[in-house]
Design a protein around this ligand. Structure first.
Ligand code: UD1
Ligand code: UDP
Length: 376
C-alpha cells in the first residue's frame, strides 16, 4: 500500500485533482493507493470551493487547514507550517501538488524539507515574467520535484533549459493535460444538467442553435486587477464589445473587491456581472460563446478544446501552443487593441490548426501508473 497526500486550495486545483482522484478510483490497483486530501483553505467562498467538491464528487478533505486570504508571505508561511504537521503525522510516500498557486508552493516546500518526494502536475510551464506570483511558485516547485508531469512537449523543453532532466531519481514525462481529461469527462454531463443558458436568458428558442449570442469573459490575474488603470482599460473594452453582443462576466472575488474599492461600475446591459459559476455551468458557457476573453490559464485551454476563439487579456501566456495554432490571440489590456481584435475576428478560424497537443484524455491514468511504478 502506498500513501499519497494531495494538496489543493484554489478553484482550478479542485478540478485537476478530481481527474486524478477518479483515475485512482478506476485503477485496478486502487487498493494499493491511499489518497489523503489536504485543503489549505486558500479559496473558501461556496462558489469558489464547495460547489466543486459537490459537483465533481471529490472526497471531503481529510484535513482542512483553514488558511484563507492573506499576503503572499503570510499565506504561504501559515500553509507551510500546517502542511508540515500533516505530513509528519501521515508520513506519505509522495506529495502531489497541482499548478502554480501559493498552495502548490507551500505543499512542495513542506514536503521537500521532510525529504518526501513531490509529484508536480502541470510542471514545466513558464511565462518568463518573474513579477507574476505564479511564475515563482512554479519555478520553485519544479526545482524541488521528483515527478514532473508536463502537459506538453514545450513544458519538457522549458525544464531542460533549466537543467531539469530525467535521471538521478527524477522522472519527467509529457503525460498531457489533466484538464483535458476533465472536459472530455464532464462536457456531456454539463450539457444535460446545466440550465445556465436558460437562466441567463441566452437561449434563443426560435433557433435550434443558441451560440453566437454572447461573449464570455473572466478576469482575475494580479497583473490586471492590482493595477486599477489596467482593469479600467479592460472593462472599457468589454463595454465597447458589449454594445454589439452582451458580455457575460462571472466575477472572481478578487476582481469584485478591486472594482468596489475603485468604484468601477459596469453597465449591466452590455456587461453582465454574475457570481462565479460552477464547473458544469462554466463548460456550457464556454462551449456556446461567440468568443472568450480571459486572463485565466485553464480557460484559455478550455477555449482551445471547445474550438472557441480566445483573446487572452495578457501580454504573454504559458500556453504558447494555443497562440501558435491561431486559436488564441494575446491582446493585453489596451482598450483599442482588445476591441479591434474582436471586430477583426482574424483568429480561431482554421479547424485543421486545432490539433491534439494536450494528450489523449488519459493523462490522469498515466500519472497514476507512473506513481505506482516508481513508488513501489
Ligand atoms: C489564486 C492563484 C492564481 C490562480 C487563482 C485561481 C496564487 C498566488 N494565485 O489567485 O494563480 O489563478 O487562484 O482562481 O496562489 N477571495 C475571496 N474568496 C475566496 C477566495 C479569494 O473573497 O474564496 C478574495 C480575497 O479578497 C483574496 C483575493 O480574492 O484576498 C485573492 O485570493 P487569492 O487566493 O490570494 O488569489 P487569487 O487571485 O484567487
Ligand atoms: N471556472 C469555473 N467557474 C468560473 C470561472 C472558472 O468553474 O466562474 C473554471 C474554468 O472552467 C477552469 C478553471 O475554473 O476549469 C480555471 O480557474 P481560474 O480561472 O480560477 O484559474 P487559472 O486557471 O487561471 O489558474
Amino acid at each position: 500500500m502506498i500513501k499519497i497526500v494531495t494538496i489543493v486550495g484554489a478553484r482550478p486545483q479542485f478540478i485537476k485533482a478530481a481527474s486524478v482522484n477518479r483515475a485512482i478510483q478506476a485503477s485496478s490497483q486502487k487498493n494499493h493507493i491511499q489518497e489523503i486530501f489536504v485543503h489549505t483553505g486558500q479559496h473558501y467562498d461556496y462558489l469558489m470551493d464547495r460547489v466543486f467538491f459537490e459537483e465533481l464528487e471529490l472526497p471531503k478533505p481529510h484535513y482542512h487547514l483553514g488558511v484563507g486570504s492573506e499576503s503572499h508571505g503570510k499565506q504561504t508561511g501559515v500553509m507551510l507550517e500546517r502542511i508540515e504537521a500533516v505530513l509528519e503525522r501521515e508520513k506519505p510516500e509522495a506529495v502531489v501538488v497541482y499548478g502554480d498557486t501559493n498552495s502548490t508552493l507551500a505543499g512542495a516546500l513542506a514536503a521537500a524539507k521532510l525529504n518526501i518526494p513531490i509529484a508536480h502536475v502541470e510542471a514545466g510551464l513558464r511565462s518568463y515574467v518573474r513579477t507574476m506570483p505564479e511564475e515563482i511558485n512554479r519555478l520553485l516547485t519544479d526545482h524541488l520535484s521528483t515527478f514532473l508531469f508536463c502537459p506538453t512537449n514545450q513544458a519538457v523543453k522549458n525544464l531542460e533549459k533549466e537543467g531539469i532532466r530525467s535521471g538521478r531519481g527524477r522522472v519527467i514525462r509529457n503525460v498531457g493535460d489533466v484538464m483535458y481529461d476533465s472536459i472530455l469527462y464532464y462536457s456531456k454531463l454539463a450539457e444535460e444538467k446545466s440550465t445556465i443558458l436558460k437562466d441567463l436568458g441566452l437561449f434563443n428558442p426560435q433557433s435550434a442553435i443558441c451560440n453566437l449570442q454572447y461573449y464570455l469573459a473572466t478576469l482575475h490575474r494580479a497583473e490586471n486587477t492590482d493595477d486599477p488603470k489596467r482593469l479600467k482599460s479592460i472593462l472599457k473594452a468589454l463595454h465597447e464589445i458589449g454594445k454589439e453582443v452582451p458580455v457575460i462576466l462571472p466575477i472572481h472575488p478578487r476582481t469584485k473587491k478591486v472594482m468596489k474599492t475603485y468604484n468601477l461600475p459596469v453597465d449591466s446591459h452590455r456587461v453582465r456581472l454574475i457570481e462565479p459559476v460552477s464547473y458544469l455551468n462554466m463548460l456550457v458557457l464556454e462551449k456556446h460563446a461567440r468568443a472568450i476573453l480571459t486572463d485565466s490559464g485553464g480557460v484559455q485551454k478550455e477555449a482551445y478544446w471547445f474550438k472557441v476563439p480566445c483573446l487572452t487579456l495578457r501580454d504573454e501566456t504559458e500556453w504558447v501552443e494555443t497562440v501558435k495554432s491561431g486559436w488564441n490571440v494575446l491582446v493585453g489590456a489596451e482598450t483599442k487593441k482588445i476591441v479591434d481584435a474582436v471586430r477583426q475576428r482574424e483568429w480561431g478560424k482554421d479547424p485543421l490548426k486545432n490539433k491534439r497537443i494536450f494528450g489523449n484524455g488519459r493523462t490522469s491514468e498515466k500519472i497514476v501508473m507512473v506513481l505506482l511504478a516508481h513508488i513501489y
